[in-house]
Design a protein around this ligand. Structure first.
Ligand code: ZN
Length: 279
C-alpha cells in the first residue's frame, strides 16, 4: 500500500481578512469550528495562528491555549501545530506560547522577503526557538521559503538543536520568495535526500498554485498542506468557501494518486510523534 498522505490544514494565517474572505476563522470559537469541519473532511494536522480583536496576528498564550484545548476536545488525535511566524509579532513574542507544548510548531530557518515585509529569522533567534522547542518536546516543522533554509536545517540537526527525524515543508509561491516551478521543487527534493535523508516532508503552494503543488507532493510521496491561510491570494482574490472544502479537495486528489488519507494516528506514527494523550 502506498504511504498515507497527511493533510495539513492552515486554518487562519496572518494575512487573510474577514472582509476579503468571510470564511476565514478569526475568533477562537470560529477557529475550533472550522478546524473540526476540516478534521471531519480528512485533515490530520492543524497549523494555527491566533488573531486579536482587530484581526492582527497575536502571540497571546491564552488564545493559543483555548484553541489547543478546543481542538484536542473536538478533534481527537489531531496534531496541533502552532505558528511561530506571522506578521506584526515581535521576535521575542513569537515563541512565547511554546510552553503550552503543542505537538509541533513551525520553524523558519532563515530570513526572506515576503510580499510587503522582511520575514526576519536571524541565526541566533532560530537557534533560541529550536532550543525552546527541544525544551518543551515540540517537534518543529522546518519551513523552507528559500533554499538556504534547507541547509540551515541540516546544520541544526548536526548541532543537536533539532531532533531527528526532521519534518520539513517546502513553500512555493510566496511573492518575493521561491516561485512555483517544478524544477525548483525537484531540486529541493533531491537536495533534501542528500542533506536530510531521514526527513519527512510536506509541500505548500500559495494562492492559485495550491492544487498544483498538492499534486506534485502526492506524486512524489510527500504530504499536502491546504487551508485558507494559503488560499486567499495575497492580492485578495477569493478562491474557497471553507477550510473543509479545501481539505475535501485534497482528499479527492489523494484517491486519484492512490494515496490513502492518513488518520491522525497514522500521521503521528509517520511524524514519530507521541500518540494523542501520551505525555
Ligand atoms: Zn502559518
Amino acid at each position: 500500500m502506498s504511504e498515507p498522505c497527511i493533510i495539513s490544514v492552515a486554518i487562519t494565517g496572518s494575512v487573510p481578512r474577514k472582509k476579503d474572505n468571510p470564511a476565514v476563522p478569526i475568533s477562537v470559537p470560529e477557529q475550533i469550528e472550522s478546524t473540526h469541519a476540516a478534521f471531519e473532511a480528512g485533515a490530520a494536522l492543524a497549523h494555527v495562528h491566533v488573531r486579536d480583536e482587530q484581526e492582527n496576528s497575536s502571540s497571546d498564550p491564552e488564545r493559543f491555549a483555548r484553541l489547543q484545548e478546543g481542538i484536542r476536545k473536538h478533534c481527537p488525535g489531531m496534531i496541533v501545530q502552532f505558528s511561530t511566524g506571522g506578521r506584526g509579532r515581535a521576535l521575542d513574542q513569537r515563541g512565547s506560547m511554546l510552553h503550552l507544548a503543542p505537538d509541533m510548531a513551525s520553524l523558519a530557518t532563515g530570513s526572506v522577503n515576503f510580499p510587503t515585509i522582511v520575514y526576519e529569522n536571524p541565526p541566533d533567534f532560530v537557534r533560541a526557538l529550536a532550543r525552546t522547542m527541544l525544551e518543551y518536546d515540540v517537534k518543529p516543522e522546518i519551513e523552507i521559503f528559500d533554499l538556504a533554509m534547507l541547509y540551515n536545517a541540516a546544520d541544526l540537526v548536526r548541532e543537536g538543536l533539532l531532533k531527528p527525524p526532521p519534518h520539513v515543508q517546502f513553500v512555493l509561491g510566496v511573492k518575493h520568495a521561491l516561485p512555483v516551478r517544478r524544477e525548483i521543487f525537484d531540486f529541493e527534493l533531491a537536495e533534501l535526500k542528500k542533506v536530510l535523508p531521514e526527513a519527512t516532508w510536506t509541500a505548500a503552494g500559495i494562492g492559485r498554485y495550491q492544487l498544483e503543488v498538492n499534486r506534485w507532493a502526492l506524486e512524489m510521496g510527500g504530504h499536502c498542506r491546504t487551508g485558507l491561510e494559503d488560499n486567499v491570494r495575497w492580492d485578495k482574490e477569493r478562491l474557497a468557501a471553507s477550510n473543509a472544502e479545501l481539505v475535501s479537495r485534497v482528499a479527492g486528489l489523494c484517491a486519484e494518486y492512490g494515496r490513502p488519507v492518513a488518520t491522525p494516528g497514522q500521521a503521528r506514527a509517520i511524524l514519530k510523534l507521541k500518540p494523542a494523550g501520551a505525555s
